[in-house]
Design a protein around this ligand. Structure first.
Ligand code: TEU
Ligand code: CA
Length: 573
C-alpha cells in the first residue's frame, strides 16, 4: 500500500519554452508567452507544469547544454520573469517543476572553461579527463564508446593534450560526480538556487548516468563502426545509490518531487530500486520501454512502425507492473520533447483517423496507473510534420548527425538517404519541437502577426484542422476529449491512477484490453488499434460480468462493435 502524495494524483503538462508561445515576435517562445497561457493550461485539467531547460545556454542541444544554472537564456527572459512564472503558476493552484540537467554542462560553463585551462587548475577534476592511448603509434580515445548523438564520447583537447568525456555532444562535457566538491557545487547552483525560488521539484535529466563505473571497452555490436553502444556501461553505475541519496537529502528539505529520466534500464528490479519509497532515491522515473518501441539498434536504423501491438502492450505492462505489491511509483507518457508525435507513431495521422486515434490514445493514457505526463500539443492531437518537408526543416543535432553519418557511410547513396529521411520523418525529435498551433492566424498564432522574425521552426501546415482556439469551442475535439478523460481520471482516482493493472489479452494483435482493480472496484479498458471496425471480443470473464459503459471515445458507440481506433472503459459490477 502506497502513501498518497500530490505528485501521484497529479497530471503534469510539459512545456518546451522555444516552441510554446512567442510574446515579443523574435520567433522564439518565451517565459512571458508561457505566463500568458497559464489559464489555458489550467483549463485542460492538469495541475503541474514542467518547464524544459530555460537556463542560459549556447543552445547546441536546445538548452540541455547549460552555461549558467543561475541565469535564464536571454531570449526566454530573466530570473525575474521566472520568479513571476513561479508565482503566477502557484496563484492558479498549480505546481511547477524544472529540468535538472547535471550529468553535463555546456563547454561554455565557467566550470569547464577553468577545467580545460590547465592540468593543474583546481577544477581540472570537475570533468572527466583521460590521456590518449596509442595503437601502432596512432592516437586513440581511452575507449570505444559510442555517443548518444553518434561518434566517440571522447573529445581531444589540444591545449592540455588530453581527452574529455561527453556522452552527448562534444559541447556537453560530462561532470565528474566522483569529485565531492563538484557534487556540492552542483547541488548549490543547479538545485538550491531554484528550490529557494519556490519550484516544486525537478525532472532529472539522464539521472542514471552520473556514476560511470569501470570505463572499459563496450562489446562490438556494430561491425561497421569504430564506436560501440555502451549504454549498459555508463548507466546505473556503482555509486548511483549514494549520489541520489545525497541529492534526496536536499530535496526532502524542500519537500520537492523528482521524476528521473532512466534510459537503458530494461531490468524492472533495477527500476524499482530507484523508485521504491523506502530507498529514498527518486519519486518516479521515465522508463523507455514504450517510446523505444520500433527503434533500431541506433534509434533511426529502422523502418517506420516496425513493431507489433503485442510488443507495445508488453512494454506498457513492464512499466505498470513495477508498482504491484511494492512501494514504488510509475509514470505514464507517450510523448515528450525527445519523441515524435504519438498519433503518428501509435495511432494514425491519416486525416480521417487523426482525431479518433488521438482520443483513443488519450483514453488509454488516462486509464493507466502512475503519474500522467502530457506534452504540449498532445492535448490537441498534433502530428509529425509532413514527408514533403526537406532536410533543412530538421534542426536537431540528433537528426542532422544521423543524416550526415548515413551520407558518409554510404557515400551519399540516394536510396540510403531516402530511407534515413523516412526514418527521421517517423522518429525525429524535431516533430515535437515545432511551434504549438494556437490558431489559424499567421504562424498559427505562435508569434504575433507583425513578428520581426519567422518562428525558429516551421509551423505545421494543417493548423486549420488542429489548433487550440478552435478546439476550445468544439465539443468533438481532441482537446475536449482530453478534458473529459482527465475529469474521469479524477472521478475514479483510486481505480485509474492507483489500481493494479493486468493485460487481459496480450496476444491480441488488434485490441488492447486491460483491467484495473482497486479493492472491490474493477474497470476494463478496450482500445481498437486498427483502422477498421472490430467485434468487441472481450475475454469470457469480463463478457459474463455485469458492466456499465463509463466512457467511449466515439459518440453513439455500438454495443458489440468497436469503431476504428475506438477506446472504451467499462466499470464492472
Ligand atoms: O535525453 C537523454 C536520452 O538518453 C535520450 O532520450 C536522447 O534524447 C536520445 O538518446 C537521443 O536519441 C535527455 C534530454 O531529454 C534530451 O533532450 C537531451 O538531448 C539529452 O538528455 C542530453 O541532455
Ligand atoms: Ca520571443
Amino acid at each position: 500500500v502506497t502513501e498518497r502524495k500530490w505528485w501521484k494524483d497529479g497530471v503534469v503538462y510539459q512545456i518546451y519554452p522555444a516552441s510554446f508561445k512567442d510574446s515579443n515576435g523574435d520567433g522564439i517562445g518565451d517565459l512571458n508567452g508561457i505566463i500568458s497561457e497559464l489559464d489555458y493550461i489550467r483549463s485542460i485539467g492538469v495541475d503541474t507544469i514542467w518547464i524544459c531547460p530555460m537556463y542560459d545556454s549556447p543552445q547546441v542541444d536546445m538548452g540541455y547544454d547549460i552555461s549558467d544554472y543561475e541565469n535564464v537564456y536571454p531570449p526566454y527572459g530573466t530570473v525575474q520573469d521566472m520568479e513571476r512564472l513561479i508565482a503566477e503558476t502557484h496563484a492558479r493552484g498549480m505546481r511547477i517543476i524544472l529540468d535538472l540537467v547535471v550529468n553535463h554542462t555546456s563547454d561554455q560553463h565557467a566550470w569547464f572553461q577553468e577545467s580545460r585551462s590547465s592540468k593543474t587548475n583546481p577544477k581540472r577534476d570537475w570533468y572527466i579527463w583521460r590521456p590518449a592511448r596509442y595503437v601502432n603509434g596512432v592516437r586513440k580515445p581511452p575507449n570505444n564508446w559510442l555517443g548518444n548523438f553518434g561518434g566517440s564520447v571522447w573529445q581531444w583537447d589540444e591545449l592540455t593534450q588530453e581527452y574529455y568525456l561527453h556522452l552527448f555532444c562534444p559541447e556537453q562535457p560530462d561532470l565528474n560526480w566522483e569529485n565531492e566538491e563538484t557534487r556540492k557545487a552542483i547541488y548549490k547552483s543547479a538545485m538550491e538556487f531554484w528550490l529557494e525560488r519556490g519550484v516544486d521539484g525537478f525532472r532529472v535529466d539522464t539521472v542514471n548516468m552520473y556514476s560511470k563505473g569501470e570505463m572499459g571497452d563496450a562489446p562490438i555490436t556494430d561491425e561497421g563502426s569504430e564506436w560501440q553502444f555502451a549504454g549498459f556501461q555508463y548507466c546505473n553505475g556503482p555509486r548511483m545509490t549514494e549520489f541520489l541519496g545525497e541529492m534526496n537529502e536536499i530535496l526532502e528539505k524542500y519537500d520537492a518531487m523528482t521524476v528521473g529520466e532512466c534510459p537503458h534500464t530494461p531490468d524492472p528490479a533495477r527500476v524499482v530500486k530507484y523508485v521504491s519509497a523506502k530507498e529514498k532515491q527518486l519519486n518516479m522515473v521515465f522508463q523507455f520501454d514504450v517510446v523505444d518501441i520500433g527503434q533500431g539498434p541506433y534509434k533511426f536504423q529502422t523502418t517506420p512502425r516496425d513493431y507489433t501491438l503485442p510488443q507495445f502492450k508488453s512494454a506498457i505492462s513492464r512499466t505498470q507492473s513495477i508498482i504491484h505489491d511494492t512501494d514504488a511509483w510509475t509514470t505514464v507518457f507517450l510523448e515528450n520533447h525527445d519523441q515524435a508525435r504519438s498519433i503518428t507513431r501509435f495511432g494514425s495521422d491519416a486525416p480521417e483517423h487523426r482525431i479518433p486515434s488521438g482520443k483513443m490514445l488519450a483514453l488509454m493514457c488516462c486509464a493507466l496507473s502512475g503519474t500522467l505526463f502530457i506534452y504540449q500539443g498532445q492535448e490537441l492531437g498534433m502530428t509529425n510534420f509532413p514527408m514533403e518537408w526537406d532536410m533543412s526543416e530538421y534542426k536537431d543535432v540528433d537528426s542532422t548527425n544521423y543524416y550526415k553519418m548515413v551520407a558518409a557511410r554510404t557515400n551519399n547513396s540516394e536510396e540510403a538517404l531516402k530511407a534515413a529521411k523516412a526514418s527521421l520523418q517517423h522518429l525525429a525529435r524535431d516533430h515535437a519541437r515545432v511551434p504549438l498551433s494556437w490558431s489559424t492566424g499567421p504562424y498559427n498564432g505562435f508569434s504575433p502577426a507583425d513578428t520581426k522574425a519567422q518562428p525558429w521552426m516551421r509551423p505545421l501546415p494543417d493548423a486549420e484542422h488542429c489548433n487550440a482556439k478552435q478546439q476550445q469551442s468544439d465539443k468533438a475535439s481532441v482537446l475536449a476529449f482530453w478534458k473529459r478523460m482527465l475529469q474521469t481520471r479524477r472521478d475514479h482516482n483510486d481505480l485509474l491512477v492507483h489500481g493494479n493493472y493486468a493485460d487481459l489479452d496480450p496476444e491480441n494483435k488488434d485490441l488492447y484490453i486491460f483491467s484495473k482493480t482497486w479493492r472491490g472496484q474493477k474497470a476494463v479498458a478496450v482500445c481498437n488499434f486498427t483502422d477498421s471496425a472490430k467485434a468487441l471480443a472481450l475475454p469470457e470473464a469480463v463478457a459474463n460480468s455485469k458492466r456499465e459503459l463509463l466512457v467511449s471515445s466515439v459518440d453513439g458507440c455500438e454495443e458489440g462493435k468497436l469503431a476504428a481506433y475506438e477506446g472504451r472503459i467499462y466499470l464492472l459490477a
